[in-house]
Design a protein around this ligand. Sequence first.
Ligand code: NAD
Ligand code: 6OD
Length: 496
Amino acid sequence: MISEHLAATEIRRVANFIDGQYYKSGPGTKTFELSYPATGKVNALVEEADAVAVDAAVMSARKAARGPWPKMDANTRAELLYKVAAGIEARFDEFLAAEIADTGKPVSLASHIDIPRGAANFRVFADIIRSASTEAFQSLSPKGDVLNYSLRKPKGVVGVICPWNLPLLLMTWKVAPALACGNAVVVKPSEETPSTATLLGEVMRDAGIPDGVYNVVHGFGGGSAGELVTQHPEVDAITFTGETRTGEQIMRAAAKGVRDVSLELGGKNPGVIFADCRFDDAVDAAVRSVFVNCGQVCLQTERLYVERPIFDRFVAAMKSRAEGLVAGDPWDKATTMGPMISHKQREKVLSYYAAAKTQGAEVITGGNVIEMPGEFAGGAWIQPTIWTGLPETSSVVREEIFGPCAHITPFDDAEEAAAMANATPYGLASMVWTENLTQAHKMAAEIESGICWVNSWFLRDLRTPFGGSKASGIGREGGLHSLEFYSELCNVCIQL
Ligand code: NAD
Ligand code: 6OD
């Protein structure tokens, strides 16, 4: 186990994991530094995969994708995935320390969400592959009976390109179904958060997953490991989570060879709060949906639309709750607000904080950095922020910020709320709060988003379709939808 203190201060070396082992670095191996977001101090040195290393990872995956992994009985593969889940749990403290060292997220969050979901993803998709079926049709041709049935085959080698905000959770959300279907993967974690993906390599090996089924290469996007993976001709499909602009580049890369792509992209998610809602529950959900993980969640609500009779009360409640968040040592259980992932990301968010002021927002709370004392003075801390008063055309209301902030706009009727909710190029998630069931159903049908939470937020059943509409993505994953992406159906037609 890595001690809490060490997790934040020791300089770890993070290597590529290829063909069941750590890839040997040579004198020419380039490395890059990582800083602990809570202090700004360097805490890791990461080995960047060059073209040779990426090729080694892809070719190792290619070999593994020929067998025995894809030929195993689904029950056997499922048993191994259960062992992976148990392996994550057995090394829970190491995963927790690695995730916190990379992200600075509060222990209360990482220990309840990130690491448990990392394990849960493997169990869920092990269960799903065990019970997966395909369709069969019997018919009569002039020559007699005909039977059609489908075989589900793996795609082969899947490139998995990941973001930094929920590193283990989002990576395993892709890797678990990919492996369940019998594929081999080459994972490229975000350059900001390489550690838990790497540690998972050891868990895979110890669980008995064949060498080459799970590979991890480190580096950046364009001109580095990310691009090398997506452009490699032996990668059969690419699953990507990240920014919409990057998604466009990935799609272009996937066009070469007509390879399948699954894109989970950005959002500018609306929350619509009707006056008849359960007020305290709605505020609770709104606070979580705006500020959790320092606002760095793709499903985060950055636009709140509140029915006019409760507007002032709602804004006041949000202000009070935002000001009650506790920024502090990520390892302190009382901390509810961690730093942003990096100073670069904080600069981006601060540029929106400045734009809001220039564009005439009323700053209800926040709007600045947090000056932290002592060892945390160099961290990427930022104030939770609420604005009102901006027009819907403002860049602050239209563009994804990906920080702990939201703009609140009043509305007078459902039609107006839906129109404002839909006035965005994005369509990932939405949240509706009302006690009127008819109203809730109508809004869910009206709002253009891949996911609509009614009287809840981020309540997940992993069997349900997950993904974005419009510029928020292509395709759905989750449950059987993941199987659709990570496998190919081959129809077999037999004249009996
Ligand atoms: P990003 O797009 O900058 O990077 C994501 C990954 O893509 C990283 O590993 C990066 O190295 C890699 N990459 C960048 N350029 C590449 C290229 N040309 N070729 C190949 N790989 C490349 O995103 P981020 O900043 O890490 O994450 C934040 C964004 O992700 C936000 O927009 C957020 O909304 C989105 N996100 C969406 C979901 C979802 O489920 N829809 C989930 C999490 C995050
Ligand atoms: O819960 C999930 O499965 C999921 N993909 C969450 C995405 C969160 C975005 O930051």
